[in-house]
Design a protein around this ligand. Structure first.
Ligand SMILES: NC(=O)c1ccc[n+]([C@@H]2O[C@H](COP(=O)([O-])OP(=O)(O)OC[C@H]3O[C@@H](n4cnc5c(N)ncnc54)[C@H](OP(=O)(O)O)[C@@H]3O)[C@@H](O)[C@H]2O)c1
Length: 300
């Protein structure tokens, strides 16, 4: 890993020529931003890449672009709306019908800092999509990941998790809703989910990592006050391109397992420390139980 130092900020310039021929990866939200660049990179390494998108027209356009740019790329698009458990079930069923293996599940999609909204199933949108949707998707695809072991689940979190707290008494955000706090809560949930998942699946050969991609110039800020976004972007040197934003995800995908720590949080293509709340195993366990309860599933 080479680092470009820019004042106090360090942007890693990382590269690896590891091939992924014969491997299959799912990238949720693969039609945009970091997910799109992750998909492009993995396809270039020879992996079969499934773009799991709520808007398949956008997904198919991206699949077409990647296949034009990357010779021999194998990219397909499948419909997935993480705000709807029925859609998640249909997506998983489709995967079991079409795929013999799944080596990398990259839980990348997210909605950020949106006005109060609910998923089809009635959960607060950011907690529902970013955490519960991916939790449920991973639950449904675990058999295939186990069957394909060694395999990995990579959850896109964010340094914004440091502002997060899991509001167990108000997970639907009905008492008090703040868009930034709700985003931070969902990103903290991604880290806690990764820790607890890793404990349960390491023996099965399924490793789990959470990733902070850094501050990246994507559509994620679509709900944020425009002048603030423009102000952040004028400090261009601190904002990464989507391709740079994908580095740590790709790092966690291709780095040999013995050089990574399952359950760990990664940033700038290396191991990082999450907040204390992100290391709280009691909260992680409680979140696991509550998530199972909300989704009506048994996942021991
Ligand atoms: N950009 C940053 O600075 C930054 C910083 C820290 C962490 N992250 C994390 O990085 C990840 C990727 O974000 P990004 O920056 O690449 O943002 P992005 O370009 O806005 O991509 C988000 C993706 O999530 C998809 N999505 C949203 N709701 C969905 C749903 N209900 N079902 C399925 N897909 C859904 C979007 O689909 P549509 O195109 O249809 O909306 C889009 O493809 C996120 O987990 C984000 O939290 C980003």
């Amino acid at each position: 890993i080479h680092h470009v130092e820019n004042m106090s900020l360090v942007i890693p310039i990382w590269s690896s020529d590891t091939r992924l021929d014969g491997k299959t990866a799912i990238v949720t939200g693969g039609n945009s931003g970091i997910g799109k660049e992750t998909a492009r990179d993995l396809a270039g390494r020879g992996a079969r890449v499934i773009l799991a998108c709520r808007d398949t027209t956008k997904g198919e356009q991206v699949a077409c672009d990647i296949m034009k740019e990357v010779k021999g790329a194998k990219v397909v698009t499948k419909q997935l709306d993480l705000a709807d458990t029925k859609s998640i079930c249909q997506f998983a069923e489709n995967i079991y019908n079409t795929e013999k293996t799944l080596h990398y599940l990259i839980n990348n999609a997210a909605v950020a800092m949106c006005p109060y909204a609910r998923t089809v199933d009635g959960y607060e949108m950011q907690f529902g999509v970013n955490h519960l949707g991916h939790f449920f998707l991973t639950f449904l695809l675990l058999d295939l990941l186990k069957h394909s072991a060694p395999s990995r689940v990579i959850n896109l979190a964010s340094s914004a998790h440091v502002f997060g707290k899991i509001q167990f008494d108000d997970l639907k955000g009905e008492k008090k809703y703040h868009p930034v706090r709700a985003y931070a809560q969902s990103k903290l949930a991604n880290i806690l989910f990764t820790r607890e998942l890793a404990k349960r699946t390491e023996v099965l050969g399924v490793m789990a990592y959470s990733v902070d991609p850094g501050l990246v110039n994507t559509d994620i800020f679509r709900h944020v006050w425009r002048p603030l976004v423009d102000m952040i972007k004028t400090f261009g040197f601190v904002v990464r391109t989507p391709a740079e934003g994908a580095y740590t995800t790709i790092y966690c995908t291709v780095t040999p397992e013995n050089q990574l720590i399952t359950g760990g949080y990664y940033s700038n293509c290396s191991r990082a420390e999450s907040s204390r709340a992100g290391q709280d195993d009691g909260t992680a366990l409680k979140l696991w139980a509550v998530s199972c309860h909300l989704l009506g599933i048994r996942w021991r």
